[in-house]
Design a protein around this ligand. Structure first.
Ligand code: ADP
Ligand code: ZN
Ligand code: ZN
Length: 730
């Protein structure tokens, strides 16, 4: 018997080992971790396959030192999914498997069925509540919870109850108020399901269709405008699955995992939740992973990486905002969590719901092809109206620092009537560049092909691509004339608005204003309480947040998206406009959305504004078909970068020469060519695109080609990668 072991290293393929000396031969070993010698060092691997023989003579194979797990850490379905993904995305299988495991497991530590449970000591229980509340509010909060749970609270639950609970607990431990004991971890938690609202007709139809298909693999596209009640449809469908004792995996975009969403899930499903996102500490991640894998968690909710977490009893997978680019991993193992969710549902034989107000063209195409079933929610429940979207022709109207007169007048009107106003632009900082009025010099990053963005608060120039920062020069570096910031970022729009509409308090939400922990919540509170009347922000404002009193939305720099270099630019623009628009008019006030543009007659833009996203998507799909871009073709993008463009291109040229295209022209190649941003962080970037209408023809070619490319001597001088199904071409 040969064990085929996956090892967390940038090497392709599995490694053959002999069973350990004490192996009795009767255990099922697939999915268990092993300790092995790899090269000269000991490492942790995972048995991903077994075989009767190896292509190496047995005398050259080493024995596994020991099998680390009693039970597999990855079940067969997950293992098969990950092996498939490694082959599909052309990524080293050991690294793919490592991505799916929490750190402690990658390091060979036991999964651990024991945890600490904390409770108050007699002296802790005697503390005076009111005094403690005054002196140490955080400790008081925790103290109250412990007071209410005489049996104690496990660390996993504490982590859910309070932020920074460890520090707080430590302080209480130092005073002798709390003590802990070890306990076997429970895998069974009670679940109480509270009733939701009575569904509308469209919602009921959608739920009925999903429930009908619950016994097998069936993919759905739930296409419903923002506020149409998609979440209630998820909840209702989840209820059915949860009542059968099965688990639900709910994936949300990076910034969609908001406290509001979690509160809604908790209010409806009083059970065990496992939460997974990039901000977790290793211990928290391990606890969530364990609850998902053991079946303890009823609902697993998380961002991208949660798509790879095993479930003991999977019953349904939901991908909310399925169009969102944050479902794609950008570096290393470049997978799409959305596509993985579908591949996974197929293996688990469960339904998968992809929900969006602005579905990706890929998913709509899959509906056309009969692969996905579309469910529509065209209306908002209750009397809530759709916002009206209008274009503002920037050529016909004066504007002040990017704010057109019609937009400013509309803002005055809406503010006077008590509404809130949201201004969206996807550019943080004060101004995108600094310009010399004398000689035309602009401040550029020395390491990138990009302008340095002016940040006024910080009093610095900042490159958004490589993070270089430097002081703002007083005068031009070339001719010592005066310098002026050109264009607008969120900081400048905020400044202009406070001059034009000084009576209304503002908040700005972007990466800079929300850097400190908790600051986002503070800003959102100002909006929800109605204190802030004007909200300026980037993409961060558009997702997952609900602003019922916003009655006017302004979209400032829409045109960037119309002529972007990427074939997805117009799709992204349309999604952004509709998503931002979705923030308006949720309450009784009808909403108005003003989109400023230099090109009001652009066919896709007018289609979107007059006929809506579905009509836009049809037109955009027709364009894609004509030009042969995805979803009508499949892409693999080879990116390379090095300190010299010559070197970068030399590598890609060599790679191109190794590429033998089939004679039937089913696969084509484009490039090598310099990337749209040629230089970034001091490295010169270029790319080679391989493209085919036939996915299997493309994949047949990739594996042997990349094996050869990996051997290229030029490859050692450059950093290169392959991106299968890239979502952006740069
Ligand atoms: P989406 O997920 O499509 O943005 P939500 O599910 O969040 O929509 O619903 C928007 C609002 O409408 C929420 O406040 C929700 O509670 C409410 N809602 C949804 N469905 C119903 C319904 N059938 N009856 C009453 N209110 C509903
Ligand atoms: Zn100058
Ligand atoms: Zn830079």
């Amino acid at each position: 018997m040969i064990f085929q072991v996956a090892i967390n290293a940038p090497l392709h393929g599995l490694f053959d080992y002999l069973p350990p000396a004490d192996w009795t031969g009767d255990q099922d070993v697939l999915g268990k971790r092993v300790e092995v010698f790899f090269g000269r060092s000991k490492t942790t691997g995972l048995i991903a396959g077994v075989a009767d023989e190896s292509s190496f003579p047995a005398s050259r194979l080493r024995k596994v030192n020991q099998i680390l797990d009693k039970d597999p850490v990855l079940n067969e379905e997950m293992l098969s999914l990950l092996l498939w993904a490694a082959a599909y995305y052309q990524h080293p299988v050991g690294e793919v498997i490592a991505t799916a495991l929490p750190l402690a497991l990658r390091q060979g530590k036991p999964l651990g069925g024991i945890e600490l449970v904390w409770s108050l000591t007699p002296s802790g229980a005697e503390q005076d509540s009111a005094a403690l509340a005054r002196r140490a509010p955080r400790q008081w909060e925790l103290w109250q919870k412990l007071q209410q749970s005489p049996a104690g609270i496990s660390e996993i639950v504490l982590a859910d109850l309070a932020q920074n609970w460890r520090d707080t607990l430590k302080r209480m431990l130092d005073k002798g108020w709390v003590s802990s004991r070890e306990e076997q971890i429970s895998t069974e938690y009670p679940l109480e399901i509270h009733p939701g609202p009575t569904l509308t007709g469209d919602q009921s139809t959608a739920v009925a269709e999903i429930i009908d298909a619950c016994s097998g693999f069936s993919p759905f596209l739930l296409f419903g405008v923002t506020g149409s009640g998609k979440t209630e449809v998820y909840f209702e469908a989840m209820e059915k699955v949860l009542r059968e004792g099965r688990q639900v995996l709910l994936l949300v975009p990076e910034i969609g995992l908001t406290p509001q969403l979690l509160a809604r899930v908790r209010a409806r499903f009083d059970g065990k939740l496992a939460i997974l996102h990039s901000g977790l500490a290793d211990g928290e991640r391990l606890a969530s992973w364990r609850d998902a894998a053991s079946g303890a968690a009823h609902i697993v909710i998380g961002t991208r990486s949660a798509a790879l977490v095993p479930l003991a009893r999977p019953g349904m997978i939901i991908v909310d905002e399925e169009h969102d680019p944050s479902f794609k991993q950008w570096e290393g193992f470049r997978y799409s969590a959305r596509d993985m969710a579908v591949a996974r549902a197929r293996r688990h034989k469960v339904p998968v719901i992809l929900g969006s107000a602005t579905p990706s063209l890929e998913s709509l195409y899959n509906v056309h092809r009969g692969r996905y079933r579309q469910l529509d929610l065209p209306e908002r429940p209750g009397a809530v109206t759709h916002p009206e979207i209008r274009l503002v022709d920037l050529r016909a109207h004066a504007s002040n620092e990017g704010l057109s007169t019609p937009l400013v007048l509309a803002a005055e009107k809406h503010l006077a009537k008590g509404g809130q106003v949201l201004i969206f632009l996807n550019r943080r900082g004060y101004a995108p560049t600094l310009f010399c009025t004398g000689c035309g010099w602009t401040a550029r990053c020395k390491r990138c092909d990009a302008g340095m963005v002016v940040h006024h608060r910080e009093r610095r120039l900042h490159c958004h691509h490589c993070d270089t920062r430097r002081p703002i020069p007083e005068t031009c570096e070339e001719c010592h004339e005066e310098l002026a910031p050109v264009g607008q970022g969120t900081e400048r729009v905020e400044e202009t608005l406070s001059q034009l509409l000084p009576d209304y308090p503002q908040v700005r939400i972007d990466r800079d204003s929300t850097q400190r922990k908790g600051s986002m919540e503070g800003l959102l509170d100002q909006i929800r309480s109605g204190h802030a009347r004007i909200l300026t922000g980037t993409q961060m404002l558009t997702k997952g947040h609900d602003f019922p009193d916003v009655s006017l939305v302004g979209v400032l720099n829409a045109d960037q998206g119309l002529f972007g270099t990427d074939f997805r630019a117009s799709e992204r623009l349309a999604q952004t406009i509709i998503q931002v628009a979705g923030r308006a008019g949720r309450a009784e006030r009808p909403g108005l959305v003003l989109v400023q543009t230099q090109y009001p007659e652009h066919p896709l833009l007018t289609k979107l504004v007059t006929e809506g996203y579905a009509a836009f998507a049809e037109a955009a799909l027709a364009e894609r078909e004509e030009s042969g871009w995805p979803p009508y073709s499949h892409l693999a993008l080879m990116r390379a970068e090095s300190p010299s463009m010559q070197q970068t291109l030399a590598f890609l040229d060599d790679a191109r020469r190794l590429l033998i295209l089939p004679e039937d022209n089913s696969v084509g190649a484009l490039g090598p060519a310099a990337a749209p941003m040629e230089k970034r962080a001091g490295r010169f970037r270029a790319q080679l695109l391989v493209e085919s209408r036939d996915r299997s023809a493309l994949h047949k070619l990739l594996t042997p080609w990349l094996a050869q490319v990996r051997e290229l001597p030029e490859g050692r001088k450059v950093r290169w990668s392959i991106d299968v199904d890239p979502i952006e071409l740069f």
